[in-house]
Design a protein around this ligand. Sequence first.
Ligand code: G3P
Ligand code: CA
Length: 295
Amino acid sequence: MNPFVYLAVFLFILLGCSSSLLKRQVPTKNIQVQGHRGSRGTHPENTLSSFEEAVSAGADWIEFDLVLSKDDVPIVSHDATISVDLCLDARKKPLTRLIPIKTQTVKQLKAFDCGSVPNPVFPEQKTVPGQTFVTLEEVLIWAKRFPDKKVRFNIETKTSAPQKQFEPNPRKFVDSIVRLLRKYHQIENSILQSFDFRTLAEARKMEPSLKLSTLFDKPGPICKATKELGATIASPNLSLLTQDMIKECHSLGIEIHPWTLNQESDWKSAISLGVDGIITDYPRKLTTFLISSTR
Ligand code: G3P
Ligand code: CA
């Protein structure tokens, strides 16, 4: 046979083996996908349209943030003030001042449109005009539409506010969340996560079966602090991930779900370090990546 044919056959076999070996190197099967603020990379953050996309993409969890309204209703929002960058007022005009959410009733919040302004940080994000603030209760009611998909919730308590008087009381805040999760039978489908460990401690007392997750944006005794709180998940920022920390947490029965990983290279390195879940703005890209990696 022509030596070039031998060479071609040899290279073909070599490449085939190495690509399947590469695919097998990263065990991606049980990685839990968390859609950050729903699917923030593609839809207006923390809106039902964003949650809908995360669920249809096959995310295991939808991650979202909560603050309290003037009438003490848990509202889905990352910020304590209505975003001047992402929302329009009732006349569809840009906001000219910072409005703390704590000064607005649910009815007032419903007048804002937070789906019409493109988010320059996420060029792939489409606008969905008319998307407005939703309450936690509305999310729980909306989720009933997906009985077969079993939507699960990673709920973050946001407690910092521009002025002290707008900061929620941790116990009351958690109480308003736990009551709703109980009402809609979603305790076992939910995680409560926070940077503010006071809310996690309150939740531990109030509803010991609710899964808790500690958030970290700075180095520290991540596993120890998580264990002490009785939390079973730690969510460090990507920059804090180390194999030693992951091993230590695993030895204490703690899962690791880092945030916010949007690049394939980061997914690969986090998975090879041993994480259990990944919080991403692009749940569809991540689920596609995980499926293709296990083939
Ligand atoms: O899920 C963790 C992550 O959401 C924390 O950061 O600022 O997006 O709420 P942030
Ligand atoms: Ca969050």
